[in-house]
Design a protein around this ligand. Structure first.
Ligand code: ZN
Ligand code: ZN
Length: 146
């Protein structure tokens, strides 16, 4: 095991400890897959990348457990494929390739994000509603597909 791999294992363990989730080998393996990928991953890709080291049923169970404890987030691609990612402090948005289904993260610059928040506050008062969260999605053709 090289140092980098050891660190990912350690980070996985720490993520669980920080959230007071019991540390188990399958959960560590699962988080290692997500951390190695550095971004959102389709559930089907998690299954592929686990190379049979995790049963599909435990993958779904782990996803549910980690969603409940707010360690990971789940959302859907344009064709309703489930995608998961580790929840990070930095607020971000998603890019979807309409052709191959690639999912990427992007961060809006602070100024734009602030303006968006102002706009949303406006909408809240106009419609007399509470906006709980917002999403900005870019539908693209990626480098490979365009
Ligand atoms: Zn594409
Ligand atoms: Zn994301």
């Amino acid at each position: 095991m090289d140092i980098k791999e050891k660190n990912i294992k350690e980070i996985s363990r720490q993520l669980l400890i920080d959230k007071k989730i019991p540390v188990t080998r399958p959960r560590i393996l699962f988080l290692e897959i997500l951390l190695k990928n550095k971004g959102p991953l389709k559930v089907e890709d998690v299954i592929l990348k686990s190379k049979g080291n995790l049963a599909v049923s435990s993958i779904y169970r782990i996803i549910n457990d980690l969603k409940e404890t707010n360690l990971i987030d789940e959302f859907q691609t344009l064709d309703n494929t489930k995608v998961i990612e580790i929840i990070e402090d930095e607020h971000h948005h998603h890019i979807f390739c309409q052709s191959c289904g690639t999912v990427l993260d992007f961060v809006l610059n602070t100024k734009l994000e602030k303006n968006l928040e102002k706009e949303i506050a406006q909408i809240e008062s106009t419609y007399d509603i509470s906006v709980l969260s917002h999403r900005l999605e870019l539908v693209i053709l990626c480098k490979k597909c365009k």
